[in-house]
Design a binder for this molecule. Structure first.
Ligand code: MV4
Length: 446
């Protein structure tokens, strides 16, 4: 059992993890940058250590300072949250080498799944359906053109070291393919220092549906159903919900079972998410696997009653899952929106600053995950997400009504936010009628 967790993160997820630890009687160590000296996570943790100046690469990505803070405070484990070092195999390896438990999968698994081409091949071999495309990497334009003729346009080129929508280019013709080939190679080389790429048939207007899994270190694994994350803007998720209206019970069961089988086969441990594309025929294809807890994990918590952060900590402590798949039940519908400090009228430009006034919504089935407070100054150095509102209703319609009520009640003064934009999504007829896919925001809001 873990006794003292260092939280290698900031913002709402750091607060979320501190709360879970406190409930479990586990001591917490916050790390914070110089600009975060008034941050809520620093105040709430049992201990806090400043690990460097504001820029992420000098603080929340400063592996040496973070590991020193862990050693100095006698932390036995590190929870990386999401972003920052959460999917950094090297960091997980360093933790293991100095005897600190990294709360996540083994570094070898992180490394394997971080390479999107290898991840795809591994999943294919484990019986997971994947999008038709190259077997492994594409090494030349000739090979790309030949394969595209076979699988037919449009095709998509993806950087192996990419992920989450970075390093992808679409081609509708041979002429475009030849152009995009050079661009994606160049981008991958600059961004990831790895120019290896692979190719897939491009699935047009898919839904993005992901399966949450939990696996302990004793070969037990369950899935916690799906999340539909199709409402996104430029690869940033905006709203997530569960259950997904496009899955029937049979498809849902099949996706869950495939995810669990694959996780067990590759020796996956801790929490993880398998991302799938679902096409208009409801065929689903593996895209990538995220080896961290995700921003949108609360919607799964609402319908299953499980606490995913606590489960992560128990698993890392070597405990067995206390339930099997048949014990996992799903109640009602849950939806999350992400509130960002940004201005939708200025192309969603980030908008840091001081929050002069704040009123949070609440009530039956309304949850707010945030680290802001009245008087808090949002720094410009980090992600612009301020808050997540999560609602839980009996039906999707009830969730939408609750979310609209919660957003209408919310007051954030002093900085610009996307709350009005979120309200417009909830009022959109196509959204209400479940008639949406990953192109929804582009199509409806330009
Ligand atoms: C795709 C695709 C269509 N066909 N692959 C974007 C994020 C990264 N995980 C992979 N992505 C996509 N891969 C094939 N073969 C469409 C996307 C995609 C997307 C996927 C999920 C949610 C939003 C998206 C927005 C644009 C493109």
């Amino acid at each position: 059992m873990l006794k003292k967790v260092l939280i290698a993160n900031r913002g709402e997820i750091a607060v979320r993890i501190i709360r879970a630890c406190r409930e479990m009687g586990i001591r917490t160590v916050a790390i914070y940058s110089e600009v975060d000296k008034n941050a809520l996570h620093k105040t709430l943790a049992d201990e806090a250590i400043c690990i460097g100046p504001a820029p992420s690469n000098k603080s929340y990505l400063n592996t040496k300072a973070i590991l020193e803070a862990a050693c100095l405070t006698g932390a036995d484990s590190i929870h990386p949250g999401f972003g920052f070092l959460s999917e950094n195999a090297n960091f997980a390896k360093m933790c293991e080498e100095i005897g600190i438990k990294f709360i996540g999968p083994n570094y070898k698994i992180i490394e394997l799944l971080g390479n999107k081409s290898k991840a795809k091949e591994t999943m294919k071999n484990a019986g997971v359906p994947v999008v038709p495309g190259s077997d492994g990497l594409i090494y030349s334009k000739e090979q790309a053109v030949e394969l595209a003729k076979k699988i037919k346009y449009p095709v998509i080129l993806k950087a192996s070291a990419g992920g989450g929508g970075r390093g992808i280019r679409i081609a509708y013709s041979e002429r475009e393919l030849l152009k995009e080939y050079d661009i994606v190679k160049q981008e991958a080389s600059v961004s990831f220092n790895d120019d290896s790429i692979y190719m897939e048939k491009y699935i047009e207007n898919p839904r993005h549906v992901e399966i949450q899994i939990l696996a302990d270190e004793h070969k037990n694994c369950v899935h916690l159903g799906e999340r539909d994350c199709s409402v996104q803007r430029r690869n940033q998720k905006v709203l997530e919900e569960t259950p997904s209206s496009i899955l029937d019970n049979k498809t849902r069961k099949k996706m869950g079972e495939i995810a669990v089988k694959a996780a067990l086969e590759i020796g996956y441990t801790n929490a993880g998410t398998m991302e799938f594309l679902v096409d208009k025929n409801k065929d689903f294809y593996f895209m990538e696997m995220n080896t961290r807890v995700q921003v949108e994990h609360p919607v799964t918590e609402m319908v299953t009653g499980l606490d995913i952060i606590k489960e992560q900590i128990k698993i890392a402590g070597g405990e067995k899952l206390e339930y099997t798949q048949k014990d996992i039940t799903f109640t009602g519908h849950s939806m999350e929106v992400r509130i960002n400090a940004e201005n939708p009228d200025k192309n969603f430009m980030p908008c840091p600053g001081t929050i002069t006034g704040l009123h949070l919504p609440g009530g039956n089935g309304v949850r707010v995950d945030t680290a802001i407070y009245a008087g808090y100054t949002v720094p410009q150095n980090y992600d612009s997400m301020l808050m997540k509102i999560i609602v839980h209703g009996k039906t999707r319609d009830e969730s939408i009504a609750k979310m609209k009520s919660a957003i209408a009640e919310l007051v954030i003064e002093g900085i610009d936010t996307n709350v009005d934009f979120l309200y417009k999504i909830l009022e959109n007829e196509n959204f209400k009628n479940n008639n949406y896919n990953t192109s929804f925001i582009k199509q409806e809001f330009g």
